[in-house]
Write a protein that binds this ligand. Structure first.
Ligand code: F6P
Length: 329
């Protein structure tokens, strides 16, 4: 007979992303609506190893839906990578009577869940990262907010670049992927966007583009670059040298991870949290919640980890049309 789920735990792991608090709220409240108790595990898998656990109820997740960061803190746990760490974490689940764990984060977080499941713990993952680079899902929590934060900052930069006839090189996050840079580049009508998925030719894609834009009367330029491409300072120096252009480099960095989540992230968090609890209550394990064409569903964790996500080619084509960059690959 299927075991009734009485108590579950939630943790956030890896880099924080706007919407993590909203998803904690959704998990706790969905669980409450089903008569399931919920605990919060603090500081990611480290908290599972050390038993850093707090009780969560409907009241304890009040007024957090609009808050950035994560009320459960987050970490990247070295100890949990070891068999010993995983055994300790599984023992904590048993000590606290946890029938399932929901972990919010990226691929590393899901790999952690899979390791935990081998010790007999039921697990479900929820994708959250501003990089939007988790292969199994169209959308990861935090992406929309981070993109909007970057766009707002770049709009401000444009004001001052325009006033001084300058060029701006802006580095956005994204880890090894270019999703965020491409999206932000489209939203800010960048002169060029550099992403790790596409090789670029400095002379063609940057120098020529800027010259063409200059000939069309443009006097300021915006280059958006994904952090995975390399050093933004190097690109800035080269532009200044080869085009005799007053150039400034801005690394947006962690500011993109902070701030109040957008409506999209709050609503996605509500649905993903709801699905995760439902899946555990149905007695399933080793699942990841994903969004496909705006619908939410669960998928096997191993299948999720084995998928590969490329850049959105249609979006890239649009960018090419906007910027005049034409790559061979
Ligand atoms: O994965 C989210 C992310 O913000 C990446 O974009 C970035 O490369 C990385 O985390 C930075 O991590 P940290 O918080 O360790 O500086």
């Amino acid at each position: 007979m299927e075991k009734k789920v009485r108590r579950i735990g939630i943790l956030t792991s890896g880099g924080d992303a706007p919407g993590m608090n909203a998803v904690i709220r959704s998990v706790v409240r969905t669980a409450a609506s089903r008569g399931v108790e919920c605990v919060g595990i603090r500081r990611g898998y480290n908290g599972l190893i050390t038993g850093d656990i707090i009780r969560l109820d409907a009241d304890s997740v009040s007024r957090i839906i609009n808050k950035g960061g994560t009320m459960l803190y987050t970490a990247r746990s070295e100890e949990f990578m070891t068999e010993m760490g995983q055994k300790k974490a599984a023992a904590t689940c048993k000590q606290f009577g946890l029938d399932g764990i929901i972990a919010v984060g990226g691929d590393g977080t899901f790999r952690g869940l899979y390791a935990l499941s081998k010790h007999g713990i039921s697990v479900v993952g929820i994708p959250a990262t501003i990089d939007n680079d988790i292969s199994c899902t169209d959308y990861c929590l935090g992406y929309d907010t981070a993109a909007n934060t970057a766009v707002e900052a770049i709009d401000r930069l444009r004001d001052t670049m325009q006033s001084h006839d300058r060029c701006s090189v802006v580095e956005v996050m994204g880890h090894r992927a270019g999703h965020l840079a491409l999206y932000v580049g489209l939203a800010t009508s960048a002169t060029a966007v550099l992403v790790p998925e596409k090789e670029f030719d400095f002379e063609n894609d940057i120098v020529e583009n800027i010259i063409k834009a200059r000939l069309n009367g443009k006097t300021h330029f915006m280059i958006i670059m994904a952090e995975g491409v390399g050093k933004a300072t190097k690109v800035g120096e080269r532009i200044a040298e080869e085009l005799a252009l007053d150039t400034r480099v801005t690394i947006l960095g962690h500011i993109q991870r902070g701030g109040s989540p957008s409506a999209r992230d709050r609503v996605t968090a509500a649905s993903m949290g709801y699905e995760a609890v439902k899946v555990l209550c149905e007695g399933k394990t080793n699942r990841v919640i994903r969004s496909v064409s705006g619908k939410f569903e669960d998928i096997d964790i191993i299948d999720a980890l084995n998928m590969k996500k490329g850049l959105d080619e249609e979006q890239y084509e649009v960018l090419e049309a906007m910027t005049g960059i034409h790559h061979q690959n």
